[in-house]
Design a protein around this ligand. Structure first.
Ligand SMILES: Cc1cc2nc3c(=O)[nH]c(=O)nc-3n(C[C@H](O)[C@H](O)[C@H](O)COP(=O)(O)OP(=O)(O)OC[C@H]3O[C@@H](n4cnc5c(N)ncnc54)[C@H](O)[C@@H]3O)c2cc1C
Length: 378
């Protein structure tokens, strides 16, 4: 077993770290306050080739694999959870096209995402269903060479940005779920006001309304009626990003706590002198290492594993553990800060809110555990 990173992986990690320090850190407060990502930042990410890391070069990516994506996203999301979620959500939509699209779809939709002109979206959640996508009520009706889509999708990341939307709807003729690629802002596409989130501020989250949206037959993603397996596999790949954002929150909490413990004085000496603080710092180090190796492992498995059902189990296991772990880490870091942590002036207050996200999206932690158990018990 070799835990060392390749030269290329180290370079990408270093590049992302430098990028985040130079371009993300200076605007991280602005992202939080204004609740939007500056347009220039997405373009800069593309210039540094950080938006299509796992995708092959022929589609505008770097061909560097999912482990490299994890290494880069960790560095970026540590500085801004909002930006991290934006990238992760776009990778979820684009990843579905990469895994299930035909050649024409990949050629058309992936390069603009890698070049930062577009952000992809992925829509399964509806007002009536999140954890149980079999209950999807949006409909697709076949009419000649088109499908007509109707329905409301809830909590869709990047829904206000132009780009491809991978959307799931019940194909009424065959009474089964199919997946489609919709060009956002086509006729019949509209969005709500952005949701006012307590976490990952800056990432765009809206409801999407599809009203008689005419989707050409060639925009069917994968086979007709095969939407459910496409959904499950794509979400499994999406969990690489979601888990990495939780890893980044854990690292941010760890670093903030470490700095605070060294700087905050008690009777003239840093609070780090107290054993109770030292135990918490060690707990944070343990939590970071645990999350790090699970996420790196998931990236490695995405690059090497052939059985997608097994991969889905590993992704669920990772997200469940790393998502809950981030919440615990943020809590410990908060305790080290005492009352100061409750003040918005202190970064830990923001990290504390950001940390809850990983255990909630793309299926709550309990649902992840059910995926793991079902796989083990079948
Ligand atoms: C910032 C953010 C970004 C998001 N981005 C997207 C996106 O881009 N695309 C998208 O489609 N969605 C997105 N979502 C939605 C998110 O993925 C869903 O909210 C999530 O999957 C959980 O669904 P729910 O909120 O409907 O919870 P529910 O399904 O209502 O679950 C509520 C509770 O009931 C429990 N529960 C439900 N069913 C079962 C069951 N069968 N067995 C046991 N327990 C059960 C759950 O464990 C949970 O504790 C986003 C959400 C947020 C907050």
């Amino acid at each position: 077993m070799d835990f060392s990173l390749s030269k290329e992986q180290k370079l990408i990690q270093q590049l992302a770290s430098e990028f985040a320090e130079k371009y993300v850190e200076p605007v991280s407060n602005q992202i939080y306050e204004e609740k939007r990502i500056p347009e220039d930042l997405i373009k800069a990410l593309a210039e540094y080739e950080l938006l299509g890391i796992p995708f092959p070069e022929e589609y505008g990516g770097s061909g560097a694999g999912y482990l490299s994506y994890v290494l880069a996203l960790e560095q970026i999301a540590k500085r801004s959870a909002g930006l991290g979620v934006t990238i992760s959500a776009s990778m979820l939509g684009a990843g579905a096209i990469m895994n299930f699209g035909n050649e024409g779809q990949k050629q058309k939709y992936l390069p603009p995402v890698c070049q930062g002109q577009h952000l992809a979206s992925f829509a399964f959640t509806e007002p009536g269903t999140g954890s149980d996508p079999k209950q999807i009520e949006s409909t697709a009706r076949k009419e000649g060479n088109y499908f007509i889509l109707n329905g409301t999708k809830r909590f869709i990341s990047n829904g206000s940005y132009p780009g491809p939307l991978v959307v799931f709807a019940r194909d009424t003729e065959i009474n089964s779920i199919s997946a489609f690629i919709v060009d956002k802002f086509c006729e019949g596409y509209s969005v709500s006001q952005p949701w006012n989130k307590i976490c990952a501020r800056g990432s765009n989250l809206v409801d999407i309304y599809l009203q008689d949206v005419k989707v050409p037959e060639e925009n069917l993603l994968g086979e007709r009626g095969q939407g459910f397996p496409i959904l499950l596999t794509s979400i499994a790949f999406g969990k690489i990003g979601t888990s990495t954002c939780a890893l980044a929150d854990t690292l941010a909490a760890f670093e903030e706590a470490l700095n605070y413990a060294k700087e905050k004085l008690h009777r003239g000496e840093p609070i780090a002198k107290f054993q109770a603080i030292q135990l918490k710092i060690a707990d944070l180090a343990i939590k970071y290492e645990l999350a790090r190796w699970l996420c790196y492992r998931l990236g490695y498995l995405a690059d090497t594993m052939k059985d997608w059902q097994q991969f889905a189990k590993e992704a669920a296991l990772t997200k469940s553990c790393v998502g809950d772990n981030a919440v615990h880490a943020a809590r410990i870091a908060m305790e080290i800060h005492g009352s100061y942590g409750l003040m918005e002036d202190y970064k830990i207050s923001r990290i504390y809110n950001d940390a809850i996200l990983g255990s909630q999206i793309e299926g709550v932690s309990d649902m992840q555990k059910l995926i793991v158990a079902n796989n083990l018990l079948k």
